[in-house]
Design a protein around this ligand. Structure first.
Ligand code: KG4
Ligand code: ZN
Length: 395
């Protein structure tokens, strides 16, 4: 099965084409192409993602990336004579809200012969509405044009499955081939990104229960907001974790909110406020915050976040007797989280497996969307598919 997957939920325009073979329990995937075009530099100027700017960039990027992905996969066919008018009219209707994208589709995609793919997968939520819609409408347009089924994918499901991709020895070879790790149930997944922080219990494939989630800011959002307080650039996670390496995490005692609460929920906005007050105090007392204390604040903040993430994940894994513990999402790139959670699993659940995504796959990408599409495999009638900014992983 060859899946073409599209991801535009936030500030990355991504397309992947993968061939998946074998059983659901132990498939092999051939990554024919995996392209991520990041808009991070553009949004950094504004200190965060600007939804309409993201929409504009997705419109600009999707067609060139699709052509590149098809080319890399050996699926780029020659052009044929013009398609019939009815088809053109339908495509025009599907992309009325994305005029720039429509122009590019008319020029470069409509004349192409259909490529040999089996399905189009697209992230339909959660995410930023204007950004999601571009991807969804584009997916509908090409699926209609090429007469392929569409598989709508939950972005968080993508992050969850990204941890199943094993590191590979054939680095640099094309196509990249991976065997997938298999899940043993029950599984507990910690999903930590810029918009979400949730603990998900899985009793079987495609059966998810959110057992805990953040009551206010997401973990990644806390990293981004604290980075701004400390005068670091967006996105804050990589900046803070880099700085924290040189800092003393025990220098300042910051709260790990809800660390002792009996539930599996999280809260990070109080911690962010604590950092704000600490920084204000320090600015009064130390002559040069950046030089003397910033790395210690970064390390102490990171410790407060990681401690609560690790503690609740382990408690959930113990209570539900998880055989597999996994993490996914942008914050899963955090080295301290990877290390601390790995050690805690080894110590407290020595018989359980711990899966973490390769650092190249923690951020948003379409490879994970193609993988989730393979596992869920639920095609849906195109007229039923819409962007759902608040889509939850639970069914
Ligand atoms: O999953 P993702 O790429 O996008 C969303 O779906 O939100 O996550 C982005 C988030 C940002 O908040 C970013 O600061 C955070 O992931 N992040 C990190 C690290 N790298 C990225 N947070 C902590 N440590 C990191 N090394
Ligand atoms: Zn994400």
């Amino acid at each position: 099965m060859i899946i073409l997957a599209i991801e535009t939920s936030c500030d990355e325009t991504a397309i992947a084409i993968t061939k998946v073979t074998g059983q659901k329990k132990r498939p092999a995937i051939y990554v024919l192409s995996n392209i991520v075009s990041s808009q991070v530099k553009l949004h950094a100027k504004y200190g965060g993602v600007v939804p309409n700017l993201a929409k504009r960039e997705h419109q600009k990027n999707l067609v060139p990336i699709l052509l590149q992905a098809l080319g890399e996969s050996g699926l780029l066919n020659s052009k044929i004579k013009m398609r019939n008018e009815k088809l053109q009219f339908k495509i025009q209707n599907l992309l009325t809200r994305e005029p720039e994208l429509l122009n590019r589709v008319k020029k470069d995609i409509i004349p192409l012969k259909s490529p040999k793919i089996d399905a189009v997968a697209v992230t339909n939520g959660p995410g930023l509405a204007p950004a999601l819609w571009v991807g969804v409408n584009f997916a509908k347009a090409i699926a209609h044009l090429w007469n392929k089924p569409i598989i709508p994918v939950n972005h968080m499901e993508g992050h969850l499955y990204s941890s199943l991709i094993q590191a590979t020895k054939n680095h640099g070879q094309k196509p990249m081939t991976y065997n997938l790790k298999s899940l043993k149930f029950p599984s507990v997944a910690l999903l930590v990104s810029g918009g979400h922080t949730e603990l998900v219990l899985m009793k079987k494939y495609n059966k998810y229960q959110i057992i805990g989630e953040t009551l206010d800011d997401a973990a990644g959002e806390a990293f981004d907001k604290v980075a701004r307080i400390l005068g670091l650039k967006y996105p804050g996670g990589p900046e803070i974790s880099q700085l924290a390496k040189r800092g003393n995490a025990d220098k300042y005692k910051l709260p790990s909110p809800m660390i002792n609460s009996k539930d599996y929920n999280f809260s990070f906005s109080g911690l962010k406020t604590a950092v704000l007050y600490l920084t204000k105090d320090l600015l009064q007392s130390v002559p040069d915050l950046v030089r003397y204390s910033r790395k210690d604040v970064a390390a102490s903040f990171q410790k407060a976040v990681v401690d609560v993430l690790v503690k609740k994940t382990i408690r959930a894994a113990e209570e539900f007797q998880a055989k597999t513990i996994l993490i996914g999402g942008g914050v899963a790139a955090n080295e301290k989280l990877r290390q601390d959670l790995g050690l805690a699993v080894k110590k407290r659940l020595p018989n359980s497996k711990f899966y973490i995504p390769d650092p190249s796959l923690t951020g948003d990408n379409a490879l994970m969307i193609s993988l989730a599409a393979f596992f869920t495999g639920k095609t849906k009638a195109p007229n039923k598919i819409e962007a759902q900014p608040n889509l939850r992983i639970e069914s």
